[in-house]
Design a protein around this ligand. Structure first.
Ligand code: FAD
Length: 467
């Protein structure tokens, strides 16, 4: 009798380079099972990512059906739901690709132990990263805290080649579980119109996007990746966040190019591995500053500042453009993420943890490791952080990276007709220029909620208090 194996599906909605599914497909009948467990993580999936997850579970279901397979779905606490499935199906084994959200990871360790003690075979695989996050360590066996050293070290390693794509599955005849709609991932009000017009779900779309990036944008990536309106970044993060594309497959495809142009992009992929290494070794990093001094940082939260930041009404066009892009599309360009995060923590003195939660709630690429790393980096409290005293001037950043204001014009249409010279700070424009552009400050577009120089000075004084 052939073996029956449950493969727990999580951050790996793909058929290519799926080590757990591939191994299972070679050994017997397979039950790919997705269990929506909203209780385990301290960080429930945000609404935008839930929408994205729904689309991609649907696409993955179709992919599995195309190889005679199927995706079963269920809902509830993984420990108990999985046990019921093992019992009902008589499965002899459970395989999964590891997930590194600290609570999920801890839960999975216990789960593996308890299943094994009941005679169920458990096998776990690396399906998320280039290498498991414990493999790259310093000579003294402690984790790296400096990115450049981590990068040099991982770059010397042999990254395992992707496993072959699964092209046929044997599945048992089983009629149980829940339908995708019963998971309740979609909001009752369909606010996702813009998102659905931009993001095409599924593995084929992810691979197509990657190939298009390799063919067109990679050459300009190094120079152009910081310019939000120019489109030289890959926009693959929503696919990587759900494992719709495999990072190892991307890495090996890049290496085949044997070109120095690949390195800047590989460096970004390695930032992702670095973030996961930090998350695994410092599991409190999503909520606690890695530099303990920041525990006592004298934050100050003024009444309406938070709301105006989330809505993109700060009076700093580049910040507002970023926040509105986020709300409409579930995505924000990396340079702009840095600018809005710096503005929140330094100009408005609002704790980075609050901003990080907002990002997790609104990003479709929400990723606990990358997000915590990004926020702590900007706030100056993380590993290898930007020095606190380096406070971005949002207007200069805007002039440098969105010179003609194309990005601002796209997301802050009320400033569409303001000349490039003034679009970065409309309150500096002479009256007649604004009049000509049809903008009345305070009515069509807000005055800046803080003055940059004063805010910078205040932030540095606060920093002096904890230094
Ligand atoms: P590309 O420039 O094309 O890079 C390719 C891939 O490399 C990305 O998809 C991503 O997986 C990885 N990568 C790139 N930059 C980084 C980085 N700085 N750190 C870690 N990995 C990186 N990224 C997320 O995936 N999810 C998040 O929740 C997230 N939150 C962030 C919050 C803040 C405050 C900051 C400053 C950054 C955050 N990032 C996050 C990292 C980065 O902004 C995004 O990965 C990037 O903008 C995604 O766009 P892209 O796919 O076009 O990137």
């Amino acid at each position: 009798m052939s073996k029956c194996i449950i493969v727990l599906i999580r951050q790996d909605l793909r058929l290519h380079d799926h080590p757990a599914l591939y191994k299972a497909s070679q050994e017997g009948k397979v039950i790919p099972l997705y269990i929506l467990d909203e209780e385990t993580s301290q960080f429930p999936t945000g609404e935008a990512k839930k929408w994205w997850l729904h689309q991609n579970l649907e696409a993955f279901q179709t992919s599995l059906q195309s190889i005679n397979g199927r995706l079963w779905m269920d809902k509830g606490k993984v420990e108990s739901v999985l046990r019921q499935w093992v019992k009902k199906t008589g499965a002899q084994a459970v395989y999964w690709n590891r997930v590194y959200d600290p609570q999920v990871y801890e839960r999975d360790l216990k789960l593996a132990h308890s299943l094994s003690s009941q005679g169920i075979e458990v096998q776990t695989f690396e399906g998320t990263l280039l290498l498991p996050p414990w493999e790259i360590k310093k000579d003294d066996d402690t984790p790296y805290k400096v990115y450049s050293a981590f990068y040099r070290s991982i770059r010397k390693e042999e990254i395992p080649k992707p496993v072959p794509s699964v092209n046929e599955l044997k599945v048992p005849a089983l009629d149980q579980g829940k339908s995708l709609n019963e998971l309740g991932l979609l909001p009752s009000i369909p606010w996702f119109r813009v998102m659905s017009s931009i993001w095409e779900p599924g593995e084929k779309a992810a691979i197509k996007r990657f190939n298009a990036f390799m063919g067109k944008s990679l050459d300009d990536y190094s120079e152009g990746r910081d310019f939000p309106a120019e489109g030289h970044h890959s926009t693959l993060s929503p696919y990587l966040a759900l494992g719709i594309i495999s990072v190892r497959s991307m890495y090996h495809t890049l290496l085949e190019k044997e070109d120095r142009l690949i390195e800047p992009f590989i460096k970004q992929l390695i930032w992702r591995d670095f973030s996961y290494s930090v998350l695994l070794h410092f599991p409190k990093s999503p909520t606690h500053p890695l530099n303990g001094k920041f525990e006592n940082f004298p934050w100050q939260q003024e009444k309406d500042h938070w709301e105006r930041w989330t809505k993109g009404e700060t009076g700093y066009p580049i910040v507002d453009a970023g926040m509105r892009e986020l709300w409409a599309t579930g995505f924000m360009h990396n340079r702009v993420r840095m600018i809005v995060a710096s503005f929140l923590t330094k100009h408005l003195l609002i704790p980075w943890q609050k901003g990080a939660r907002w990002f997790l709630e609104t990003l479709i690429d929400a990723d606990l490791a990358n997000n915590s790393m990004g926020w702590q980096w900007v706030a100056g409290s993380g590993v290898d952080p930007a020095p606190y005293f380096r406070i971005f001037n949002p207007t200069l950043q805007s002039e440098k990276f969105d010179g003609e204001g194309a990005y601002i014009r796209m997301w802050v249409p009320e400033l569409r007709d303001v000349p490039s010279r003034y679009i970065h700070m409309p309150s500096d424009a002479p009256e007649h220029i604004l009049e000509h552009a049809g903008v009345v400050l305070g009515e069509d577009y807000p005055y800046p909620i803080v003055d940059h120089k004063a805010a910078r000075k205040r932030a540095l004084e606060r920093y002096d208090q904890i230094k």
